[in-house]
Design a protein around this ligand. Structure first.
Ligand code: PML
Length: 271
């Protein structure tokens, strides 16, 4: 369910972008009330300095007020976790899930192969996501090096507390899970997107997911080999109805706050 409703309190976008060796290292954003700006900036700076791919060498912070009337509120998807024995099995499961979500086998295979070899032209990970035609498998993002960045999203404090309580019993209350869930919720609400595939570019984080309105957020414990720095996201779109300008405006600019959570299911083995 999506609701445009003025929030009572003015909120601020707090964004961090960090670089190392002249290249993108990490970025993050929170939407918070004025009283939380200071603790939020401190947490984002700490994160850049303690990044698993090395300490940030340059860092930018931006704090901007958000128009309360422009906030779109939504619900997080249900969370499922499948434990797989290795990344090959994980990718096989991802391909099946994408197919269930309406992605053609060719488009799913193309996305998996492209993320695995590094989706940017230089063979590294892209900062943003690929946009892929769900049937044709064509890459559609306007800039194939940068990809499409999804920004301006967060959890409400109430939803954050509920999500943490729902994830904790399974040892899943981690920043990677919380942030990816919010991003997936926003992407699922985007006009024309039918599914998402993601795994992290952090070398020690092998879990990824497939998300789609019909499936929810399906975590897969191994989608890449450990120590591999290649990862990223692919958003699958219905090409025949695609309004690229509207899609990019939504993904990059629409303020989205998830203020309700759905069920978190216990992890189980996939066989
Ligand atoms: C999860 O464990 O559910 C999160 C998986 C994707 C993480 C993506 C990222 O950190 O870039």
């Amino acid at each position: 369910m999506l609701v445009f409703e003025p929030m009572n309190e003015v909120i601020y976008s707090v964004r961090m972008h960090a670089e190392r060796a002249g290249a993108h290292l990490c970025g993050a954003e929170r939407l918070v009330a004025a009283g939380r700006i200071e603790e939020t900036t401190a947490a984002l700076v700490r994160r850049a300095l303690e990044h698993p791919r090395g300490r940030a060498e340059a860092l930018r912070l931006a704090v901007d007020p958000i128009d309360p009337a422009a906030v779109l509120r939504g619900v997080l998807p249900e969370v499922r976790t499948f434990q797989v024995p290795n990344f090959s099995a994980g990718r096989e499961l991802a391909a099946r899930l994408l197919h269930q979500a309406g992605v053609s086998p060719a488009a799913g295979a193309f996305a998996l192969q492209t993320l695995a070899r590094g989706a940017a032209p230089d063979g590294r990970s892209m900062r943003g996501a690929m946009l892929i035609g769900a049937l044709s498998g064509r890459r559609l993002e306007p800039d194939g090096a940068r990809g499409v960045r999804v920004t301006r999203m967060d959890l409400s404090p109430r939803a954050e507390a509920r999500l943490q309580a729902a994830l904790a019993p399974y040892g899943l209350d981690r920043i990677q899970v919380r942030e990816a869930l919010v991003l997936a919720a926003k992407v699922m609400a985007a006009p024309g997107v039918i599914a998402e595939l993601c795994w992290s570019d952090d070398p020690d984080y092998t879990t990824g997911y497939v998300a789609a309105p019909a499936l929810g957020y399906v975590r897969i414990t191994e989608l890449k080999p450990r120590d591999d720095e290649r990862g990223g996201r692919a958003f699958f779109v219905k090409e025949e109805q695609l309004d690229m300008a509207a899609l990019l405006a939504f993904l990059e600019g629409q303020v989205f706050v998830a203020d309700a959570v759905s069920a978190v299911h216990p992890p189980r083995e996939w066989c």
